[in-house]
Design a protein. Structure first.
Length: 189
């Protein structure tokens, strides 16, 4: 079998457990899991995937995505973002130093600062005010989740081991399914 060109990405929070994707998959790659509280799709055997895309097209909630498996491209993209971040930080420090040295000594009478003092000033601002801004954050996370909710999830999982994170996500899935089930029951009455 040749190397898989696309990888299967499942957004289990979006999965409603309808099972349409498992019905159209002729290779048995996907399976429906029932944890007692709700149903969702999981990958049974990714090596059997023929990459036909029927599961992705059939899912009514867009919970399945077949992404190109370009590991080298992904690594280069990450390296490019890291390099761009370093360049932007260096530029921000230089601009901060230039603005300080152009304005503060004349206005207030304080001394001029060097590059490293400017970097320290930016770090201090980060510690005091919490962020440098939200550049490019519009596409961060899933579209239905607010930044506050996304941040809450990250803060809740900070410091957890891999197995603790798995259990936390499963518990959250059960809570969401129970909430949806009670809402469905209330609507039926």
């Amino acid at each position: 079998m040749t190397a898989q060109k696309r990888k299967i990405v499942l957004y289990t929070f979006d999965c409603s457990g309808c099972g349409y994707c498992t019905e159209v998959c002729g290779s048995g790659v996907l399976k429906l899991v029932d944890n007692g509280a709700c149903r969702f799709v999981n990958v049974a055997d990714a090596s059997r995937c023929t990459e036909c895309g029927r599961c992705e097209r059939r899912c009514p909630n867009n919970a399945i995505l077949l992404k190109p498996n370009n590991t080298m491209k992904e690594k280069l993209k990450i390296a490019g973002y890291a390099l761009g971040g370093v360049v932007l930080l260096a530029l921000g420090v230089a601009v901060t130093m230039w603005l300080w040295n152009a304005l503060i000594p004349e206005i207030v009478g304080w001394k001029a600062i060097n590059y490293w003092q400017s970097l320290g000033l930016l770090v201090l601002l980060r510690l005091l005010f919490g962020h440098f801004g939200h550049f490019g954050r519009g596409g961060f996370g899933r579209p239905h989740m607010s930044r506050r909710e996304h941040r809450h999830l990250h803060e809740a999982m900070r410091g957890m081991s891999h197995s603790e994170k798995r259990e936390f996500i499963r518990r959250r899935m059960r809570e969401l399914c129970e909430r949806e089930q009670s809402a469905d029951d209330a609507a039926a009455q």
